[in-house]
Design a protein. Sequence first.
Length: 417
Amino acid sequence: MAEAARPLLKSRWARIGVVLAVVGPGIITANVDNDAGGIATYSQAGADFGYSLLWTLIPITAALILVQEMCARMGVVTGKGLADLIRERFGVKATFYIMLALVVANIGNTMAEFVGVAQSMEIFGVSRFVSVPVVAVTVWVLVLKGSARWVERIFLVACSVYVAYVIAGVLAKPDWHEVVVGTFQPSLQMNGPAITMVVTLVGTTIAPWMQFYLQSAIVEKGIKLADYKLSRLDVIVGCIVTNVVAFFIVLACGATIFKVGGHINDAKEAAVALGPLAGKHASMLFAFGLFNASLFAASILPLSTTYYVCEAFGWESGIDKRKDEAPQFYVLYTVLIVLGAGLVLIPGLPMLKVLLLSQTANGVLLPFILIFMLLLAKDERLMGSYRNGPWLNAISWFTTAVLIVLTAMMIWFTLRP
């Protein structure tokens, strides 16, 4: 019996090893989307509209899975990053302009993450002139001095810390009957603020940089076709988990701030407001979650930018590469960290304008990225039997059309006086 059990045990550990070798990129990419800007958006949705917009997270999750799965599939089948494929199919000129816009947008996004670090640590009494430089150095050392496997494990641990928002949502003591109604009975006030919030929820969940990072991470990890099903599961689980976290952020603010008729402008105000309404523990968990999310995203966003710029111009890239093997990778990542953290410390910097600019740049880019992805994913020469079939292609184009309309609305609402 013991001899028979030994091969079974080995087989079980072998399967666990395969799973651990594949999972990570999908879960990490989706969870980074709950960054400082995302948390602020979900907090405002709950504070201003209570539970009434919870239902939107269901179609948003479906759209996120659809888009992310295509990227994962292209990465596994082709062994190339999205920037690589765009350059090969659509030329250097189109790639250059897309990269330029993405870099500008991601500098603004990285600044937003360091703002999140500053705001969360100020709740704990730490000055931004201490927290931001310390976090910037930590992020730089973590990514550029560690191995790819070690860095990924750290990122997966950071994903688990998002449970703080689930606990904060429960501590807020929501009315669960109202929560069920808000989740499964769609309703929408047909006015500017409500429509703007729905559009913003979509815009903050599906960002251009995510597609590039996911595909690059899958390629660097060397995931093969034999493991595609596991990679797809990794993506699906990541998308579901990230929006469960978003659900509980909306829940926490809907159960407290909305109930007393309050209003917030950012995630820091949400954390502070939760103190007298849901208790000190809920407030501290919310603030800690904001710090973790900002630190996490401040690591990933510059890394994603570095990956796709290096791919686009044929430069060597990768955490496991030495400085002399990938000098552009190391220099670009360092410059993005220094800019993102350093600009946040400038007194009087118009952060709101910077954030609006980065959001607008994301909105302008998303339709182009989605169209490029769909053209690549249906290309039989590139994808073979793994290309988008007729039904998936129709659903993907419909989803993309909806996202483009919503993105155009987001840009309009952002830029109008």
